[in-house]
Design a protein around this ligand. Structure first.
Ligand code: BJW
Length: 240
């Protein structure tokens, strides 16, 4: 394992352009729940009910209760040592984070190049006029409405069965193609299209480093797979 840490450090030090894919696991040590771990969000909530457009159409109040609770938790959360290590690394090389997270903790840690693949919990979108806004109080009413057209607002996030924004997809594809090293942190790597990025990078001959509490489909193709907590491993391989 020690040898793997040394190899990872060497890869990171010599890379000129790094692509990073992060998932809920990187925010776990900030106290935010992941989705698929034991005790995760999908244990108490049904995906169909709270993370699909059909679920929102059926019961928007249930969906808003789910997202309002998560807005409250995310507001109280602080970036951890893993977020901070990535922000530090961005000061030393070209680095872009492709995050599946909507919590904004990478930006709170100081990262500037962050592509939010699944949107942001801090933005809402009007189901009528389509206006996207981030000028909302932390605690929204049980059914928030658009101030200009009075239609129902929805979280500006990507649910199952919805397309990711085309510009975001293009930016992510560009990062995967341009980087010379790809780092994957705290994702189960089962949700597409994000899950395909490490595989595309590897297919194009780029080394892939994975950091996760447990093995995932990415472990099979990773040049280095470091098992453990992101908040402990990232500061080790990205020293201050
Ligand atoms: C730690 C740790 C610690 C814990 N340290 N590690 C191709 C094939 C099959 C299906 C599809 C396909 N293409 C598209 C689909 C359909 C679908 C999909 O992928 N389905 C699969 C699940 C089967 N994808 C979509 O619908 C996407 N849209 C799309 O592609 O449009 C075109 C299209 C549509 C339909 C058909 C075909 C094409 C949209 C996906 C939207 C995902 N949305 C969610 C919720 C919204 C945001 C939110 O509310 O937060 O995004 S679902 C949820 O999963 C959330 C996450 O971003 C995402 C990924 O989860 P993540 O981050 O990996 O978390 P976990 O919990 O799964 O894993 C945590 C990991 O951390 C674990 O591995 C732990 O071990 C680890 N860990 N603590 C280190 N301290």
């Amino acid at each position: 394992m020690k040898e793997q840490f040394t190899r990872a450090r060497t890869f990171l030090e010599s890379a000129r352009s790094i692509g990073v894919l992060t998932g809920a696991g990187i925010s776990a040590e900030s106290g935010l729940k992941t989705f698929r771990d034991s005790g995760g969000l999908w244990e108490d909530h049904s995906i169909e009910q709270v993370a699909t457009p059909e679920g929102f159409a059926r019961d928007p109040q249930r969906v808003w209760a789910f997202y309002n609770a998560r807005r409250k938790a995310a507001h109280a959360a602080l970036p951890n040592a893993a977020h901070q290590a990535l922000a530090r690394l961005e000061e030393r090389c070209r680095l872009t984070i492709l995050t599946q997270n909507i919590d904004g903790l990478h930006q709170k840690a100081g990262s500037r190049n962050v592509v939010e693949l699944h949107g942001s919990i801090w933005k809402v979108r009007c189901t009528g006029c389509g206006l996207v806004s981030s000028e909302q109080p932390i605690e929204l009413p049980p059914l928030p409405h658009c101030t200009s057209c009075r239609n129902l607002l929805r979280p500006h996030v990507v649910w199952f069965g919805e397309q990711l924004d085309v510009d975001i997809l293009r930016a992510a594809q560009g990062v995967v193609e341009a980087c010379d090293l790809f780092l994957v942190v705290g994702t189960s790597a089962v949700v597409q299209p994000a899950a395909s990025y490490p595989f595309i990078a590897s297919h194009r001959g780029k080394p892939v480093i994975e950091v996760n509490k447990e093995k995932t489909p990415v472990s099979e193709i990773a040049s280095i797979s470091l098992l453990g907590l992101a908040g402990e491993i990232l500061p080790e391989i990205i020293p201050a």
